[in-house]
Design a protein around this ligand. Structure first.
Ligand SMILES: [Mg+2]
Length: 262
């Protein structure tokens, strides 16, 4: 059977507006018993917060069906690294995921005294970023702490225009530390290992709106790459890019028609 991975923003909704066909496709998949998960590179919210957002839009899925890069990062840490003290540059979602695996967090307020004790610096999008946070993250990484990023997105679209994403914060630390981070989210493979714990189908489809994350990820994991044009990238971007989707559809609505006949 086929398992489907959906990106959320630009695929199922835009901001707080549901994209036509999103509700129907989820109902269709549930009816047919086709396994799927929702995957986002955003680490600022927890899966529970996403479930509530989706529910407000009318989409009812289980919390276990939602994977954020924050969740994947925490799970990956627990699976591959020794328990240690973590300094987080990130939002509430990422902090809660680190707490959920039971690892100690060293807070920015105590970092002045404790930065030498930091074993892991975990970096996601942090709208409360300060120079102090960058400073202690840099000191800790230069002191030997592991440098881990949730996702590489350098920017993301907001109502005011294009604004800096997690990748821009990670870039600042790369320059300051002269080190390369381990990045967990799309298009990289660590998140795939975490998805596999929940979605173990032989054939996988990835549905997304971004070439550099969603479609590149699909290619890397040898999944069928389906691009919808309701988000960040358009046809012109596909023409210019070396990353080519296997299928391009105007929106998720046409994917539902495609599923019905296939
Ligand atoms: Mg998207």
């Amino acid at each position: 059977m086929t398992g489907i991975i959906f990106d959320m923003d630009g695929v199922l909704y835009r901001g707080n507006t549901l994209i036509e066909g999103a509700l129907e496709i989820v109902e269709f998949l549930k009816e047919r018993g086709i396994p799927f998960i929702f995957l986002t590179n955003n680490s600022t919210k927890t899966a529970e917060m996403y479930r509530e957002k989706l529910l407000r839009l009318g989409i009812d899925v289980k919390e276990e069906q939602i994977i954020t890069s924050g969740y994947a990062t925490a799970r990956y840490l627990r699976k591959h690294f020794k328990k240690g003290r973590v300094f987080v540059i990130g939002g509430r979602g990422l902090i809660e995921e680190i707490r959920n695996i039971g690892w100690e967090i060293i807070w920015p307020e105590e970092a002045g005294e404790k930065w030498r004790d930091i074993d892991y610096v975990v970096v996601g999008l942090d709208t409360g970023l300060t120079y102090e946070k960058l400073k202690y993250a840099t000191l800790a990484i230069r002191n030997g702490a592991e440098f881990i990023g949730t996702n590489p997105d350098t920017t993301y679209p907001s109502e005011e225009g294009i604004v800096p994403g997690a990748g821009s914060i990670i870039a600042a630390l790369k320059v300051a530390t002269e080190r390369e981070p381990l990045i967990i989210g799309k298009p990289y493979e660590p998140v795939w290992e975490i998805i596999r714990e929940k979605l173990n189908e032989k054939e996988i489809w990835v549905v997304g709106d971004r070439l550099d994350t969603d479609i590149a990820f699909a290619k890397r994991i040898k999944a069928k790459a389906i691009m919808v044009l309701t988000g960040v990238n358009g046809i012109q971007d596909v023409e210019k890019s070396e990353i080519k989707p296997d299928l391009i559809l105007p929106s998720i609505k046409e994917l539902l028609d495609y599923l019905r006949i296939s």
